[in-house]
Design a protein around this ligand. Structure first.
Ligand code: HPA
Length: 310
């Protein structure tokens, strides 16, 4: 599919419904996008019905370890939801416009509120690994510099808003629901924080200077996903909540000095042995998997709070 030429939205919706989604699940009001290692949420879905992405026109396949590739319908508590188990990233080689196609399909299925989870690097020492950040704003380097998911021709209505504002992108009502949910679940206060998501294209993890740059802007979390989905969701009029699980601390300290070490060697001084500090996908997945239950419980409770309105 060319992002500029065709948007097989109706075909995608028809294929999903034709796959046999039970009628009590086929028009969910809440959609969920599960991040790296966080698809375990699907285990909590009651009466679950999965539609593989490969059977949906316009959907791509996730190529990332830790991501599945299916759309799961089911009840979280007693609220019907649809969860994307696996998402698409431009770094996999997909045009950013295509990665947000599923968000529009969720809208056409009836979704009004979207909950997005992701794994992210931590930029604020006050939010250690394991903290869940409730995102209240973003800084998108790709979006600012020519790789915005809304570039190109507008899809048909209701996705035809040309200039979409971002200053109120993250619903206050939904953010409050996240903090209420954490309170109800008796999470320790420091388990949840608020902050800004820095969006980078990846797939490299940040250099030290890049990390410092993002931290200096006041960003708390950095990741390679989510913002494309947020802008498409806002264009579609969906309310959005983003929960970022900090899976690793971004290394921001300046690199050790080769010259200083040579000078020390020349003076016969001992050189401190320092282990290499590097982010890894294994660490991201390990923390994601370890914390998936907590993130899942939070999402389920948020859905319970918001779902009372349907
Ligand atoms: N940087 C960017 N994306 C990420 C990171 C990170 O450190 N951790 C998980 N996703």
């Amino acid at each position: 599919m060319s992002p500029t030429l065709s948007f097989p939205l109706n075909e995608a919706v028809s294929a999903i419904l034709a796959a046999g989604v039970p009628s009590n699940l086929s028009s969910p009001k809440i959609g969920i996008i599960c991040g790296s290692g966080l698809s375990g949420l699907s285990a909590s879905l009651k009466e679950k019905f999965e539609v593989p992405y490969e059977s949906i026109p316009g959907f791509l396949q996730s190529t990332v370890q830790g991501h599945k590739s299916s759309l799961a319908f089911g009840f979280l508590g007693d609220v019907p939801v649809v969860a994307m188990l696996g998402r698409f990233h431009p770094y996999e080689g997909h045009p950013i416009q295509e990665t947000v196609f599923p968000v529009r399909v969720l809208k056409l299925l009836g979704v009004e509120k979207l909950i997005i989870t992701n794994a992210a690097g931590g930029l604020n020492p006050a939010n250690p690994v394991g903290t869940i950040i409730v995102i209240n704003d973003h800084f998108s380097l790709p979006g600012l510099s020519g790789s915005n998911a809304l570039m190109g021709p507008c899809p048909p209505a209701p996705f035809d808003m040309r200039f979409v504002p971002m200053s109120e992108a993250y619903s206050l009502e939904m953010r409050k629901a996240a903090f209420k949910a954490a309170h109800q679940l008796e999470f320790p206060r420091e388990a949840l924080a608020e902050g800004v998501y820095a969006h980078v294209s990846g797939p490299t993890y940040e250099s030290r200077t890049e990390g410092r740059f993002l931290a200096s802007l006041g960003c708390s979390a950095v990741g390679m996903s989510t913002v494309g989905e947020v802008v498409a969701a806002r264009q579609a009029g969906l309310d959005v909540l983003v929960l970022s699980l900090i899976t690793n601390a971004v290394i921001v300290t300046p690199q050790r000095s080769a010259r200083d070490e040579v000078d020390k060697e020349i003076r016969g001084e001992t050189i401190e042995v320092i282990a290499k500090e590097e982010a890894s996908h294994e660490e991201v997945l390990e923390v994601g998997t370890r914390k998936a239950v907590e993130v899942g419980r939070l999402v389920e409770r948020v859905v319970g709070i918001l779902g009372g309105k349907y």
